[in-house]
Design a protein around this ligand. Structure first.
Ligand SMILES: O=C[C@H](O)[C@H](O)COP(=O)(O)O
Ligand SMILES: C=C(OP(=O)(O)O)C(=O)O
Ligand SMILES: [Mn+2]
Length: 491
C-alpha cells in the first residue's frame, strides 16, 4: 500500500498494488503498517473492483493520511476501536437517508453546519449547547420561511480530521508538519505536538461519544421543546433587523402552538423533540474502517461513527482509497465538488458511489467561490440531468471564498458567502434543478473570523476573538443572518 500525504489529486489512471505473493497473515499485519515498504508494481486501473470489503481501500492510494511512527501502537488502537460500541445506529442512518430523499424531491431542506475542525478543548457543555442552539434556531427560521421540513445535520461529534494544502508549516524559520486535526496531532507549534499520535484516535472517539450523548439528551426534550421558547433566546445578537424578525417569529410560533393545543385539547408531543444528525469528513480511513460494522439485519456495512460521512474535494479521486471505501458503506454520503472537476468525471464518480441511483444516497456539495460558481455549476447540473442521476444538491459557500488578510488571518467575506448562495439558487432554478441544502462552517459563539455581516466586522476586528484552528467560521449573528437570507430566498 502506498500513502500519499500531499494535496494533489491521485494519479488518475494508475494505482499501486501490493505484491500478491505475500502471505495472507502478513497482508493482515501490514494493513496497519502505513510505512511498510512492499515490492509494488504499477498497473493500469482495472474496472472498479466489485469485491468491496471495509479494508479494500488499502489497495489504493490514500491521500492526506497521517504517517505514524509506532505501528504496533496503531494496530492496538485500531483493534480497540473495533471493539467499542458504535456511536450511531443503522436505523438512524436509514432514517436520515429517507429524509435526504425527501429533500431531493423538494419536500425538505438540508441544513448542514458546524465547525471546520472540532477541537478536544471545545468538548464542553457551553460550546456544544450553543452549536446545537444556533442550528435549531436557524432551522426554525428556515421552516417558517420555506414552509418545509428541515433536516438538521451537524458537522459535529467527529469532525476531527483535516486535509491540508501543505504538508508542513514554517514559522520564523522553523518547519514542522502541518496540524491535521485533533484526531491526528496537536495545533501547538512544537515537534512533539505535531507528531501524529495514534492514541488521539481513542481520545477523538471518546469526545465524539460525549458530544453525541449530550446532543441526544438536549434534542430529546427540555431544551429542544418548542413549548418553551425561552430556551431559544438570542445571545450576542445586537438590536438588528434580524434579531427583531427572530423575536416576532418566536411570538407567532408560540401563538400558533397555543392555538393548535386549544383546538386539539392536548400537548403536541412531536414539538418536544427535534431530529438531529451528525456528519464529518471521512478522511482518516483507518479510523473510519475501525468503526465500520456489519448491519444486524444483514443489510451490508455501515460506518457507525456518524450518520453522514462525506468525501472532501482533495480526496475524491475516482481511483483513490476514499472513493473505494465510501462506495461500499450503506450510509448516505456527501462529496465536495470544487472547481477542478469535469462533467464526465462527476458522472463517473456519481455512478461509482451510487450504482443503484438510490434517492438520498448521494449529496453533491458544490463549493466554487462567488466568482467562479457561474462558470462551473450549470455544466455540472446539465451533466447530471442528462445522465438521469439522482443526487441532492447542496451549496457550501465557505470553502471557495477563503482569503488571507495582510495580517496573516484566514477569513471569508460575508458578502461573498451570500453572493455564492444567491447565485446557487438562481442557477439551479434556471437549469430546472433544485438546491436542496446548505453546508456552512459556523459556531454558536461571538467569534471574529469572517468579515462583514450585521456587525460589519472588518479585517482589523479579526484579532479580537479569532479561535478557529483551521478555517474561519460564521459567528452566531452572521449564521442567523444567513438563515434569514435563505428563508427569504425559499419563500
Ligand atoms: O477545511 C478545509 C481544509 O482543511 C482547509 O481549508 C485547508 O486549509 P489550508 O489550505 O490552510 O491547509
Ligand atoms: C475540507 C473541507 O472542505 P473541502 O473538501 O470542500 O475543501 C471541509 O469542509 O472542511
Ligand atoms: Mn474548512
Amino acid at each position: 500500500m502506498r500513502l500519499a500525504t500531499g494535496s494533489s489529486p491521485a494519479g488518475r489512471n494508475r494505482r499501486i498494488v501490493p505484491d500478491t505473493r505475500q502471505t495472507k497473515w502478513f497482508v493482515f499485519w501490514i494493513r496497519y503498517d502505513l510505512r511498510v515498504t512492499l515490492s509494488e508494481r504499477l498497473e493500469t486501473i482495472p474496472p472498479m473492483n466489485t469485491n468491496w470489503t471495509p479494508d479494500s481501500w488499502q489497495t489504493r492510494i490514500a491521500q492526506q493520511q497521517p504517517v505514524y511512527n509506532d505501528q504496533a501502537a496503531v494496530a492496538d488502537v485500531i483493534s480497540t476501536l473495533g471493539q467499542l460500541p458504535p456511536l450511531v445506529t443503522a436505523w438512524e442512518v436509514d432514517r436520515l437517508q429517507k429524509q435526504l430523499a425527501d429533500a431531493a424531491a423538494g419536500k425538505a431542506f438540508v441544513l448542514q453546519g458546524g465547525d471546520c475542525s472540532e477541537s478536544f478543548a471545545d468538548c464542553n457543555s457551553t460550546t456544544i449547547l450553543r452549536k446545537l442552539k444556533v442550528l435549531i434556531q436557524m432551522s426554525l427560521v428556515l421552516i417558517c420561511g420555506s414552509k418545509q421540513r428541515v433536516v438538521r445535520v451537524g458537522r459535529i461529534a467527529g469532525q476531527y480530521a483535516k486535509p491540508r494544502s501543505a504538508n508542513t508549516e514554517t514559522r520564523e524559520g522553523v518547519e514542522l508538519p502541518s496540524y491535521r486535526g485533533d484526531i491526528i496531532n496537536r495545533s501547538g507549534f512544537t515537534k512533539d505536538e505535531r507528531e501524529p499520535n495514534p492514541q488521539l484516535m481513542l481520545r477523538a472517539y471518546e469526545r465524539s461519544a460525549l458530544t453525541i450523548n449530550y446532543i441526544r439528551a438536549l434534542s430529546e426534550g427540555g431544551f429542544a421543546d418548542l413549548h418553551h421558547p425561552e430556551n431559544w433566546d438570542l445571545e450576542f445578537v445586537r438590536n438588528t433587523p434580524g434579531s427583531r424578525k427572530y423575536q416576532q417569529l418566536l411570538e407567532s410560533l408560540s401563538d400558533s402552538i397555543r392555538f393548535m393545543e386549544v383546538v386539539s385539547a392536548n400537548e403536541l408531543d412531536q414539538l418536544s423533540r427535534v431530529d438531529f444528525f451528525t456528519s464529518h469528513e471521512g478522511l482518516h480511513l483507518l479510523h473510519e474502517q475501525a468503526l465500520t460494522r456489519q448491519d444486524q439485519r444483514q443489510n451490508g456495512f455501515y460506518n457507525l461513527s456518524t450518520h453522514m460521512p462525506w468525501i472532501g474535494d482533495r480526496t475524491r479521486a475516482i481511483d483513490g482509497a476514499h472513493v473505494e471505501y465510501f462506495r461500499g458503506i450503506k450510509n448516505p454520503i456527501g462529496v465536495k465538488v470544487g472547481n477542478t472537476i469535469a462533467g464526465d468525471e462527476l458522472i463517473d464518480l456519481v455512478k461509482v458511489l451510487n450504482p443503484e441511483n438510490a434517492p438520498g444516497r448521494l449529496t453533491l456539495i458544490h463549493r466554487f467561490g462567488a466568482e467562479k460558481i457561474a462558470g462551473r455549476l450549470p455544466m455540472l447540473i446539465n451533466a447530471v440531468q442528462q445522465s438521469n442521476l439522482n443526487v441532492l444538491w447542496s451549496c457550501d459557500p465557505m470553502h471557495g471564498n477563503t482569503q488571507a488578510t495582510r495580517n496573516g488571518y484566514k477569513t471569508r467575506s460575508f458578502d461573498e458567502i451570500t453572493s455564492e448562495i444567491l447565485t446557487a439558487f438562481r442557477i439551479h432554478k434556471e437549469c430546472d434543478s433544485r438546491l436542496s441544502g446548505i453546508h456552512l462552517e459556523l459556531t454558536g459563539e461571538d467569534v471574529t473570523e469572517c468579515v462583514g455581516g450585521p456587525a460589519n466586522l472588518t479585517e482589523s476586528d479579526l484579532h479580537r476573538d479569532y479561535r478557529s484552528q483551521v478555517d474561519p467560521r460564521l459567528n452566531y449573528e452572521q449564521a442567523m443572518e444567513i438563515a434569514f437570507l435563505l428563508s427569504e430566498e425559499m419563500k
